[in-house]
Design a protein around this ligand. Structure first.
Ligand SMILES: [Zn+2]
Length: 82
């Protein structure tokens, strides 16, 4: 299971996924030194699992959006039916 670090303050994350958690944590520490003077950013950062080979970041919001539109359409259809 690959890992990547993320930084909420910079909206940054690993340029590539790491097979070992320790490697991603090394990148996190390097980023803290490079961008935050060695401190943890106030907005938060961390290391997380990446589930897919493709990151799929575009899929989740669009999936939620489609689901929202489906709900909206269902509600509207319900209203018009009365
Ligand atoms: Zn940062």
């Amino acid at each position: 299971m690959p890992y990547e670090y993320w930084c909420a303050e910079c909206r940054a994350r690993s340029p590539e996924r790491r097979e070992r958690r320790a490697d991603a944590e090394d990148e996190l520490v390097q980023h803290r030194h490079a961008a935050h003077g060695g401190l943890a950013p106030a907005a938060g950062d961390g290391v997380r699992h990446v589930h897919d080979e493709s990151r799929g970041d575009g899929c989740l919001p669009s999936g939620s959006f489609l689901f929202f539109m489906f709900l909206l359409a269902a509600v509207l259809a319900n209203c018009w039916g009365r």
